[in-house]
Write a protein that binds this ligand. Structure first.
Ligand SMILES: Cc1ncc(COP(=O)(O)O)c(C=O)c1O
Length: 423
């Protein structure tokens, strides 16, 4: 099936009820047939649900749908994108190892890497930039992941995933890609060698600003068994789960099974069934929403680029954008509806624009049907020092727009009015 069809039908078969919409299984647990049945489910020998911290039938449909869209073998849905980032990395790390990341990251991911993971005994090495060779220079015998955002939020850089996969794999390390801004409908990182893909489903997939959610998808391709020293968690009996040896016992989805049975089961950032339902609703219309939002974003970018009250515009659809070629290659012309610009007049002008819009909502989300405006330096990335801000690609005058589905003329009128406001 094609993406548009998978987004609507993937992972769901109506049972006896023949319900067309995916039912919300608002339950905490499932009744076992008998002790043998319970034992088989707990030992992962029989499929089935037992306790909804670990799995749930509504959430399961979302997981299957996202795995299909990302062309992975299995997925684990969690309660937020931030939880997805954490689980994706913690599934690969233990005391004394390190991960390598590009610096152009979403603010909470950057903070988590820079100030939380290190306290848990995992060193995070930020590359000097977003080129594969800069990351390669930091990989050593204790590196267990390379982490990138396919399109950096809000830097708007595009990662050469193929090149990153190559340098990581040459060194026996998996590549983890946060694909939130691109969405699987515009970019499938696993086609280019990504081993794990994470998403904040809160953004484009949900699309209406009504539910938090995240997902971790396993490509099923990384050869864990070839690297027993680097990945003991996949090659040695797992004390946290019945002595399972994941790479041996689950060769096609070892990473996802461990993420669920060690990560989710013990840490419990489970996705609520109602939120899974809301995210599935969003996913059904993702393809048409993206088309409209991207069309509107182009019009907004072109308008800003010709306005003398604007100092700069960063939009991947512009040929002059330094990442345009990579965007052509990886997004096939589907340029994101998230863009940034700097009003002439610097920081004060950015704040004045932010304060003056009437239709754009002032908030820190993106991918909504509503148009949104954010000022990263004073919100999502507020905790960063000036040096860290510039490292992640943010300037004090940067305004980020997530262009929605409204009539484009209303958006342009709002922008025109806000640019005209006196700081
Ligand atoms: C690229 C990216 N990854 C992860 C997250 C975290 O997602 P959530 O807010 O759903 O926890 C965000 C949030 O903005 C994001 O932009």
């Amino acid at each position: 099936m094609r993406d548009e069809t998978i987004s609507i039908h993937g992972g769901y078969e109506a049972g006896e009820t023949r319900a067309v919409a995916v039912p919300i299984y608002q339950t905490v647990a499932h009744d076992f047939v008998d002790a043998a049945h319970a034992g088989a489910i707990f030992d992962l020998e029989a499929p089935g649900f037992h306790y909804n911290r670990v799995n749930n039938p509504t959430v399961d449909v979302l997981e299957r749908r996202m795995a299909a869209l990302e062309q992975g073998t299995a997925a684990v849905a969690v309660s937020s994108g931030a939880a997805a980032v954490r689980y994706s990395v913690r599934n690969l790390t233990q005391l004394g190892c390190n991960i390598v990341a590009t610096p152009q990251l979403y603010g909470a991911t950057y903070t988590y890497f820079a100030h939380v993971l290190d306290k848990e005994g995992v060193e995070v090495r930020f590359a000097a930039g977003d080129r594969a060779e800069q990351a390669a220079a930091l990989i050593d015998g204790h590196t267990t992941a390379v982490f990138v955002e396919s399109i950096g939020n809000p830097a708007g850089n595009v990662i050469d995933i193929e090149a990153f996969a190559e340098v990581a794999h040459e060194r026996g390390v998996p590549l983890v890609v946060d694909n939130t801004i691109a969405t699987p409908l515009c970019l499938k990182p696993m086609r280019y060698g990504a081993d794990v893909v994470v998403h904040s489903l809160t953004k484009f997939v949900g699309g209406h600003g009504t539910a938090l959610g995240g997902v971790v998808v396993d490509s099923g391709k990384f050869p864990w068994a070839e690297h027993p020293g680097r990945f003991p968690m996949f090659n040695e009996p797992e004390p946290a789960f019945h002595g399972v040896v994941y790479a041996r016992d689950f060769p096609s989805n070892a990473y996802a099974v461990r993420c669920r049975t060690v990560g989710l089961r013990n840490e419990g950032a489970s996705l609520a069934p109602l939120n899974a339902f809301l995210l599935l609703q969003g996913l059904e219309t993702l393809s048409v929403r993206l088309e409209r939002a991207q069309e509107n974003a182009r019009a907004v970018a072109e308008y800003l680029a010709t306005d003398r009250r604007v100092a700069w515009v960063r939009y991947l659809g512009f040929e002059a954008n330094p990442y345009h070629q990579l965007a052509e290659k990886y997004l096939g012309g589907k340029f994101p509806s998230v863009l940034t610009f700097g009003p002439a007049g610097g920081y004060e002008a950015a704040i004045s624009f932010f304060d003056s819009v009437r239709l754009f909502k002032r908030l820190v989300n993106m991918g909504d049907s509503k148009s949104l405006v954010a000022h990263p330096a004073s919100t999502t990335h507020r905790q960063l020092s000036p040096a860290a801000l510039s490292q992640v690609g943010i300037t004090p005058d940067m305004v980020r727009l997530s262009v929605g589905l409204e009539h484009v003329d209303d958006l342009l009128e709002d922008i025109d009015r806000a640019l005209g406001a006196k700081p």
